[in-house]
Design a protein around this ligand. Structure first.
Ligand code: BQZ
Length: 691
């Protein structure tokens, strides 16, 4: 006799009214199934950070021949004067193919579009490595996939060194001395001060990637001198700050260019500030290895080498080796296709629908590209919006959905209703995808299976959960209704229209929710609109390709819970800065704050076990599927680190250290669009020749 009849007869015997008792019971949660074995190709060469780089003066420096012509024409100072007193020196022994040679181009293909160059006011450069190559940050974590666990700390970058005070409440940072912006202006603590006080701590300004005071434990800035500053904190040793000094966060902009447009310094408005450097503004000052010299809308963005770049190799060659970067403005799917075809040079193979075709093409020995899978670090979750006090200005229906989102039985209905195995297989068959409960990823440092609660696919349990949440189909049309005989409950699901994977997963979720009587409607927006809607809280549920915090925990740790007003991607404060947290959210916040406040490795492991238990038991984020990504890169490039993951502490565009990548002379393809040119002056039309 099936379970329905048992419940039915049981209720009859007990004379219990059928309407009250849920028709079925919820099956007990389990732990998640073990992911299918999938061996990443290529093991990183593990080293200590000091094996990768150091800062020191070298006896002499060199530059590309064509750059010498600028010096000879009096258009540039000699290379030694364009470098810091002690430039960053990449150690040859850590360069997989040793000292490189100058020349050639890396041809990226991307799906985003540059809105403008004011990263600090939240403008997207189109992703795909443009911003990663243009904004340099105090520390760097992308390459940490090669660093021994015993030495795991962010790499120095613009911050050459840092020291904690005895009591751990003051962090003193020394900047690289004498680095210059690409227009020759000194990089100093003026840039730090403007970034910290007038970008991060001005609530009218929202930098891309969401840096906020909470990212730096609300530290108080003190400028000590031209090249050093300190942050002082309430709590001792908030070491998470050093990770939040890396890309996505503490990447200071050129104060000399930005400040005049900031309302605090005479700028007309915050809108004006945001739009002060539109995407047709060329040669925007950069600390990166390259500078934007051309943007042909919907066609290409071209970057040329920065003659003031402050990094060298051990032989004294000023980096980068590659003279040009191109970003063809296409689609993310096209990036995969062009990389395996050899018309593009790089792709993070992350859309599982493209795996079979890409693998087939790359398997051909004549293929121009090599393809290597990394660990299973691409994962998607469904996030309900938990704000009930105004974030995203919900209407009455949306408010009712947010109240329901805060009902665990409602969230259990979603999880029980999801056939995650089928979701993953709808993207790609084979050992790639695994059902992902949500929370920390299997196979990562802080993951603990026994602390992971999994509500498995079971339609009856899903329906029982809806009933337990007070949702029944009162008008008999197959979909549950809002309480008190309201209209069909109709949840809107926000997703990113730029990715087939995101759309496929959303459509799978909608179909499976329909099967349990829950109506969900797709809202697929193009990248920048999707990002804006997510940041503004304009969603009932959203599908997100997760960030590094659920993989590494130590990078972007503040994103693990609403520890600050804007740190969570699915629960942010209202305009008054108020958050109305659920009890389990308060526990997550407490655990994350404790994690950030301790240096004891054993305590950190224990805290993350508790975090995982509370997160997955309460379905804070509802996991969908997780799978490995693959790096596709043209075979002509040298110095690509073995085992580089497409995503871990950051994306592969950061992880492979592009400024050290080179093409041997005999493999160069002479595909530069602006050969023998350098960036012009900020605002000038484009690149310039030596004469
Ligand atoms: C990688 C990445 C480099 C952003 C973006 C894009 C935005 C998100 C995310 C990825 C793209 C590529 O990801 O998909 O492979 O090249 O750029 O930044 O998805 O829409 O907002 O977080 O990084």
């Amino acid at each position: 006799m099936n379970r329905n009849l048992t419940a039915l007869s049981g209720a009859l015997l007990l004379g219990v009214s059928l309407a009250a008792a849920p028709a079925f019971a919820q099956v007990a949660p389990t732990t998640p199934p073990d992911p299918p074995k999938f061996d990443a190709q290529g093991e990183p060469v593990f080293v200590n950070r000091s094996d990768i780089l150091e800062y020191k003066a070298l006896p002499s420096y060199t530059e590309p021949e064509f750059v010498k012509a600028f010096v000879d024409a009096g258009k540039l100072p000699p290379v030694a004067e364009r470098l810091p007193k002690e430039p960053m020196v990449y150690k040859t022994a850590n360069q997989p193919d040793g000292t490189g040679v100058y020349g050639d181009v890396m041809r990226h293909v991307i799906g985003g579009r540059p809105e403008g160059w004011n990263y600090w006011a939240g403008q997207s450069y189109g992703w795909g490595g443009i911003d990663i190559g243009l904004v340099e940050c105090l520390t760097r974590t992308g390459p940490l996939f090669t660093v021994n666990a015993s030495d795991l700390q962010p790499l120095p970058n613009l911050a050459k060194s840092w020291d904690w005070s005895e009591d751990g409440k003051t962090l003193t940072v020394k900047l690289v001395e004498g680095a210059k912006w690409s227009d020759g202006v000194d990089f100093t603590t003026d840039d730090i001060e403007f970034y910290y006080n007038d970008i991060v701590n001005d609530s009218n300004v929202k930098p891309l990637n969401g840096a906020s005071p909470a990212s730096y434990s609300n530290g108080k800035l003190t400028v000590i001198d031209k090249y050093s500053f300190s942050l002082s904190f309430e709590t001792a040793f908030p070491e998470a700050v050093l990770y939040n000094f890396a890309y996505g966060n503490f990447c200071p902009g050129p104060a000399h260019a930005l400040k005049p447009h900031h309302p605090k310094y005479g700028g007309k408005s915050y809108d004006d500030f945001r739009n002060a450097f539109p995407s047709d503004y060329m040669n925007f000052p950069s600390l990166g290895a390259w500078v934007v010299v051309e943007h042909r809308p919907d066609d290409v963005v071209v970057l040329r080498r920065n003659p003031y770049y402050w990094k060298v190799d051990e032989a004294g060659n000023q980096l980068p080796y590659l003279d040009e970067m191109q970003y063809r403005l296409s689609t993310w799917a096209d990036r995969d296709i062009q990389a395996v075809a050899g018309t593009g040079d790089f792709s993070n193979l992350e859309q599982a629908e493209n795996y079979v075709e890409s693998l087939k093409k790359a398997a051909d020995p004549a293929s121009p590209a090599k393809l290597a899978f990394g660990p299973r670090t691409i994962g998607y979750s469904l996030y309900p919006n938990y704000s009930v006090n105004g974030w995203g200005e919900p209407d009455a229906n949306q408010q009712a959905i947010r109240e329901l989102n805060r009902n665990l039985d409602f969230r259990k209905a979603i999880s029980y209703g999801l056939d995650r195995q089928r979701l993953g297989e709808s993207l790609v068959k084979g050992p790639f995808t695994t059902p992902y409960p949500g929370g920390l990823y299997a196979g990562t440092s802080f993951y603990d299976k026994d602390s992971t609660v999994y509500y498995p696919f079971d339609k009856d349990s899903a329906k029982a959960s809806l009933a337990a949440a007070g949702l029944t189909d009162t008008d008999g049309n197959g979909f549950v209704n809002l309480p008190n005989g309201g209209a069909d409950l109709n949840v809107t699901l926000l997703t990113n229209a730029d990715y087939q994977t995101d759309k496929n997963l959303a459509e799978g979720v909608i179909a499976m929710m329909g099967d349990i009587g829950l109506k969900v409607t797709l809202n697929a927006l193009a990248g920048k609109d999707r990002e804006a809607a997510g940041l503004a809280g304009k969603f009932d549920w959203q599908i997100v390709r997760n960030g590094t915090e659920l993989i590494t925990v130590v990078q972007s740790t503040t994103a693990l819970a609403p520890v600050g007003p804007t740190t969570s991607n699915h629960h942010q404060a209202n305009a008054k800065g108020e958050l109305v947290l659920q009890d389990y959210e308060k526990q997550l916040v407490d655990l994350v704050n404790k994690f950030m406040a301790t240096r004891d490795p054993a305590e950190r492991v224990a805290l993350m076990k508790q975090y995982q238990k509370i997160y997955t038991e309460n379905l804070d984020g509802i996991g969908l599927t997780a799978y490995p990504g693959a790096l596709i890169i043209n075979k002509r490039f040298a110095n690509i680190p073995a085992g580089a993951p497409i995503f871990m502490y950051n994306w592969a565009e950061d992880n492979i250290i592009r400024e050290r990548v080179f093409v041997p002379k005999d493999k160069q393809i002479n595909a530069e669009l602006h050969p023998n040119t350098l960036p012009g002056k900020p605002g000038e039309a484009g690149p310039v020749a030596a004469n």
